[in-house]
Design a binder for this molecule. Structure first.
Ligand code: AMP
Ligand code: ZN
Length: 480
């Protein structure tokens, strides 16, 4: 299996390259350590399944690296201070922490519903303000940051370029139209408006009580600096992999490189990030699924329609990460059919295997699967290998050609492959695992006499299409 090596497309070099860890001598439990950062959610609302396409993809990368023998330090930040959050906090009258805490918990729960391994670390921007300030101070001391008249601090692209650094590593930029020192205060802007960007935003009346003291006066961090500060604080100034959706390439990731390499904390010749990997968008009728277009579904919308997290995961993992694909309900029904075929085959194999132990031979399924994923995570080819295997296995089962040991060997191969696909076994009852988990959480809340939480969970179960009945034998779940 080790004859081949994982190859990944790197947005930085625009080429498919072999994946090699930056620090092969750094090990954990005998495994080489890989540092991987994926830009996380802005917690002002529920995530939609477009967002989750990127996070499920990050889970695939992590699981495949783990399968390939690496110890992955998977960091995903939580953006818990930002314009939209501040606006919503003022509207709801909640504290910042109360408001973002709710959406953060729901986000992690959605990740689990989609059977993702929870990242190793999930740092919050508001808990890294000191790191952020220190990084801006360092940029200031190197002459790359300056104060604007309103008290905000900006990154100077011209000074950065003057030090021989390249702005425009991930994308080609046209600087002809750029006027020196022109500034952009927003976190999101397009390539045509490339300009100095905000590192620290001075407090304005609309911020209310949401601000931090700093050497530049009260204010809050810009979005780009958060990711530079948190990734370097947790993974060091140089790390292996940085992931995100394709919309983050510019300006977010370009600005992250400028800030992180501008701070000059890397050893000579080392980059901030070695491999930049971007997932293409999930579309609806040809357009990016997004909050602003209103063409989105959340995980809970789909659960309420009777689909499971496992089915949504299968759909989100069905296409190559560098291809956009259209979300449709038919696609989701297709995922259901695909899973049913696998589940039926696995159930029959389990029956034939009885309790037999698997034989020692290597599996053609695992070999074909690894070859496909080594090739820039070609998941569509990996699924083709899975379905070829299902077809052949079904044929052998129908002809009663499989001994218990052969069936056990086939099952073991499936389980190996499923460590990466992460589909797990089909739920044995009709109640999906995530619904059982919610019901258990509600029972625990009731026991702790936290009735508000218990009621909130009952409502959530209802929104997801389930009612809880408290019976003398304990709570029972029924479809609503
Ligand atoms: P946000 O919470 O908007 O910062 O987005 C979180 C992540 O979701 C980022 O990595 C985005 O690039 C990604 N993302 C947003 N919309 C989509 C989409 N339609 N398809 C795939 N990824 C997306
Ligand atoms: Zn980021």
């Amino acid at each position: 299996m080790d004859a081949t090596r994982l190859q990944l497309f790197n947005t930085l070099t625009r080429r498919v390259e072999p994946f090699e860890p930056l620090f092969p001598d750094q090990t954990k439990d005998g495994r080489p350590v890989v540092g991987m950062y994926c830009c996380g959610p802005t917690v002002y609302d529920f995530g939609h399944i477009g967002n989750f396409r990127t996070f499920v993809f990050a889970d695939l990368v992590r699981r495949y690296l783990e399968f390939r023998g690496y110890a992955v330090n998977h960091v995903m930040n939580i953006t818990d201070v930002e314009d939209k959050i501040i606006r919503r906090v003022q509207e709801t009258g909640q504290s910042l922490r109360e408001f973002t805490g709710h959406y953060e918990r729901e986000f992690i729960r959605d990740l689990q519903t989609l059977l993702c391994r929870v990242p190793t670390q999930t740092p919050r921007a508001t808990e890294h303000i000191a790191d952020i300030i220190a990084l801006i101070q360092r940029l200031e001391s190197r002459g790359l940051a300056y104060r604007a008249p309103d008290g905000s601090v900006y990154f100077s692209i011209q000074k950065y370029q003057g030090c021989g650094c390249r702005y425009g590593q991930l994308v080609n930029l046209n600087f002809d139209a750029m006027r020196v020192g022109e500034r952009v205060a927003e976190d999101e802007y397009d390539k045509e408006s490339v300009a100095d960007f905000a590192l620290w935003k001075a407090r304005v009346p609309e911020d209310g009580e949401i601000f931090w003291e700093s050497p530049w006066g009260p204010g809050r961090p810009g979005w780009h600096i958060e990711c530079s500060a948190m990734s370097m604080a947790l993974l060091g100034p140089s790390f292996d992999l940085h992931l995100g959706g394709e919309d983050l390439v510019f300006p977010h990731h370009e600005d992250e490189i400028a800030q992180s390499e501008g701070a000059g904390l890397q050893a000579p010749g080392r980059p901030f990030v070695k491999h930049w990997v971007h997932a293409s968008h999930l579309l609806v009728e040809g357009k990016k699924m997004s909050k602003s277009l209103g063409n989105f579904f959340t995980v809970r919308d789909l659960l309420a329609k009777g689909y499971t997290g496992r089915e949504i995961r299968q759909l989100l993992l069905s296409a190559h990460y560098r291809e956009t694909f259209n979300f449709t309900m038919d696609g989701l029904d297709g995922a259901r059919t695909a899973l049913a075929r696998i589940d039926e085959c696995v159930a029959k194999l389990t029956e034939v295997a009885g309790g037999a132990a698997p034989g020692p031979e290597s599996s053609s399924l695992v070999r074909a699967f690894v070859t496909a994923l080594d090739d820039d995570l070609n998941v569509s080819r990996a699924w083709a290998a899975v379905f070829d295997w299902v077809r052949e296995t079904n044929r052998a089962l129908a002809g009663q050609q499989l001994s218990p040991v052969q069936a056990a060997t086939a099952l073991a191969a499936w389980q190996q492959v499923d460590q990466v696909l992460g589909l797990g076994a089909k739920s044995t009852s009709d109640v999906p695992a995530e619904i059982v988990a919610l019901a258990e959480e509600r029972a625990a809340a009731k026991k702790a006499r936290d009735f508000a939480r218990a009621d909130a969970l009952r409502k959530e179960l209802k929104d997801r299409g389930w009612v809880v009945e408290d019976t003398p034998k304990g709570p029972k779940l029924k479809p609503a």
